[in-house]
Each structure stands twice: as structure tokens, then as C-alpha cells.
Ligand binder design. Structure first.
Ligand code: SF4
Length: 366
């Protein structure tokens, strides 16, 4: 079944490490944007689309009012066949007031992804975040009290001042919260951002420390009984992100909003990162990518998952036989180096393999 992604490109303040497309929040623009999103959802009507996930990503989707979020969900319910949906909204902790949480529940949101990042207040201020950890912890506990039983937290690795004991303290705090899912990201210095300077490079984790932090995180989460189901994602049993799984299993999704990507009807396309153009168009403009090589994509995406690569499935894609043979040829060396493990159907990466996934996947594709 299809996933519906709604991109909400507003932020209260830009974080100095981020290069995502977003504009400063303004109430009037957010209202025009909401109307444009709804118009685009209406345009999906009559296509027989069945969906089981809706994901509000950003930017900061929790800057929309509860009423605006509800209007968008209502439009999806009216114009797309929605079945037992997982409806996720990414939220900044400072936006999650009791009233907002109540309105989001009423609107049908049943999963929150909260940008906690770290439990260390110095690290949060280094990241330019608007919240401290007590505020983030309160937001998560308030969300649970408001009826959210599926809450994900984001964690940032490699921040200034983060070492193994500091990461342990953060994990202890995070795991004591009512959360079901964790997404961990390695801090990248993106070109052109305020973090793109030597001083920040010196202060943040280099390759060696980043690897230690990641492997340590893998160990702690395993010991805590969480499923490491994707390179950067951990879930308590039964709480994988159903929407994100669509990206990694080549399942169709429709993205709506300025900067949103779609993979639908066999084509990959995106709406330009131009909020004015999105708001003023009757239906969003689309820019089509070159036809994707699905077999190659399957190799790259399946190896992000703990489910791993299935050679029989790879062979079903056009050109898949060539990649399957290359993978079978290269695999023994990867297995010997502890980067991969053979499975009944194919291969799966180890923690070390996840860490070096770019090199491993490139090696398998030659
Ligand atoms: S990290 Fe999130 S909140 Fe910060 S600027 Fe980027 S999209 Fe906005």
C-alpha cells in the first residue's frame, strides 16, 4: 500500500548544522500552505489510491496548528482510501503544549517523532536547539499522558563534548522515557551551513570517535532488547516505522509539498524547493528523475535493513541477475572481514558493516 508524505517546510529558527529546505514560520504562509496541501490531496481523488501511512515531515510540522493538521488528515481520509493508518508527525519539543497534543490526537495523529537529539544541555545549545532536556523529556511524557503510545526520538551522534560516558547518560535518560523508537544520526558538516568551518570540525567527532559512538550505541540498544532494524533506526518489538519502511523496501509513496519526493506509478519525481510556487500552483509542479535502476536501488536499500538482501528477490528486478552474481562473488571477502553475515535468502550487514555501509555496498555493486 502507498504512503503519503506531507512536507512542512517551516522552522521557528534555523539550526546551524541543518541544510534541509525550510523557511521562517509565518502564520499566514502556513495557512496558505495548508490550503495548497489540501488542494493537492483532492487532486489524488479518483485514482484508486490505497494508503496505510501518512507522515508529516519537515521542517517542523508541529508548527502547524492542530486544526490545520486535522484538515490535512481529513482531506487524506476523504480522497484516498486509508486503511488502519500509521499517522506520524515530526515535532519540536517546544511546540508540544498540552493543548497541541490533545488537538493532534483528536486529528488522528497516532505517532510522534520528537527531535530530542541529546540529554546534555551543553550539547543542545551547541546544536542551536530551542529546548533543553527537561523540556524535551516533559514533552515526551506529556505526549504519552495525552494517549500517544508510539513515540520516536531523534538522537544526534558526534556532537561537541560527546564521548562514550556522555552518550551512556543520554541513552539512560532516553530509555527511561515512554519511547518506542529511536533514530540516530551522525552529525555531518554540510557545506554552506554555519557549522561549515574549521572550529566546528575540530570540536565535533572525527571518524574514529564517531565509529566508537555508533558501535557503542548498537551494543547498548541490543542489550536493552531493541530491534536494530535499519542502519539508523531501533524499535522496541512491533514498533518499526511503517512509513519509513516503505522507502527502504521500494514501496510507492506520494510526497506533497515544496521539496517533497515521490516514488509512484513507477517514476521518481520531486516538487521544487519553492514554497511560493507550491502555494500558487493549482497542483504542485513535478520534476522527474531519470528512470531508476530498481535492482541497484534494491541492493542499496535492502542492505540498510536487518532483513537484509534477498538474492531471489534481487533477480526479479530487470538487470538484477548481474548484481546478484556480483554480490555472490564479493560476499565471501566481506563475510571474512566481519562486515556481512550470510542468511538463508542472501546477506545481511553486521554492525561494523552498517558503519561502513557505503564502502560495502559500493564493493558489492562492482
Ligand atoms: S534541524 Fe529541523 S528544526 Fe532545525 S532547521 Fe533543520 S529542519 Fe528546522
Amino acid at each position: 500500500m502507498t504512503g503519503i508524505y506531507i512536507h512542512v517546510p517551516f522552522c521557528a529558527r534555523r539550526c546551524p548544522y541543518c541544510d534541509f529546505y525550510s523557511v521562517p514560520y509565518r502564520a499566514d504562509t502556513a495557512e496558505q500552505y495548508t490550503r495548497a496541501v489540501c488542494r493537492n490531496i483532492v487532486s489524488l481523488s479518483g485514482q484508486g489510491i490505497s494508503a496505510d501511512t501518512v507522515y508529516f515531515g519537515g521542517g517542523t510540522p508541529s508548527l502547524l496548528t492542530g486544526e490545520q493538521t486535522g484538515r490535512i488528515i481529513k482531506a487524506v481520509q476523504n480522497y484516498v482510501q486509508l486503511h488502519d493508518p500509521e499517522i506520524t508527525l515530526e515535532a519540536n519539543p517546544v511546540t508540544l503544549t498540552d493543548r497541541k497534543l490533545y488537538e493532534l490526537r483528536q486529528a488522528g495523529v497516532n505517532r510522534l517523532s520528537v527531535g530530542v537529539q541529546t540529554a546534555d544541555n551543553d550539547q543542545l545549545s551547541f546544536l542551536g536547539r530551542l529546548h533543553d532536556f527537561p523540556r524535551a523529556g516533559k514533552a515526551v511524557r506529556d505526549a504519552a499522558a495525552a494517549g500517544f503510545d508510539n513515540i520516536s526520538c531523534d538522537l544526534m551522534l558526534g556532537v561537541k563534548g560527546q564521548d562514550i560516558p556522555s552518550l551512556d547518560r543520554t541513552l539512560e535518560q532516553l530509555l527511561s522515557l515512554p519511547v518506542t523508537h529511536l533514530s540516530a544520526y551522525m552529525l555531518q558538516i554540510e557545506e554552506g551551513t554555519p557549522f561549515d568551518c574549521d572550529a566546528v570540525r575540530r570540536e565535533t567527532a572525527g571518524e574514529e570517535l564517531m565509529a566508537e559512538l555508533y558501535l557503542h550505541l548498537c551494543g547498548v540498544m541490543r542489550a536493552a532488547g531493541w530491534e536494530h532494524y535499519e542502519i539508523s533506526s531501533w524499535a522496541s518489538p512491533g514498533f518499526r516505522s511503517r512509513h519509513n519502511m516503505k522507502y527502504w523496501t521500494l514501496t510507492p509513496y506520494i510526497g506533497i509539498g515544496a521539496g517533497a519526493y515521490s516514488d509512484f506509478g513507477g517514476a521518481r519525481y520531486s516538487c521544487p524547493r519553492d514554497i511560493e510556487a507550491f502555494i500558487s500552483a493549482e497542483t504542485q509542479p513535478c520534476v522527474y528523475d531519470d528512470p531508476p535502476d530498481r535492482a541497484e536501488e534494491y541492493v542499496m536499500l535492502s542492505l540498510r535493513l536487518s532483513d537484509g538482501l534477498d538474492l531471489a528477490r534481487l533477480r526479479e528486478y530487470p538487470g538484477g541477475e548481474m548484481y546478484a552474481r556480483a554480490a555472490e562473488k564479493q560476499a565471501p571477502a566481506m563475510i571474512e572481514h566481519g562486515l556481512m553475515i550470510p542468511t538463508a535468502a542472501g546477506f545481511v550487514l553486521t554492525d561494523e558493516g552498517f558503519l561502513k555501509s557505503n564502502a560495502v555496498i559500493a564493493g558489492l555493486l562492482v
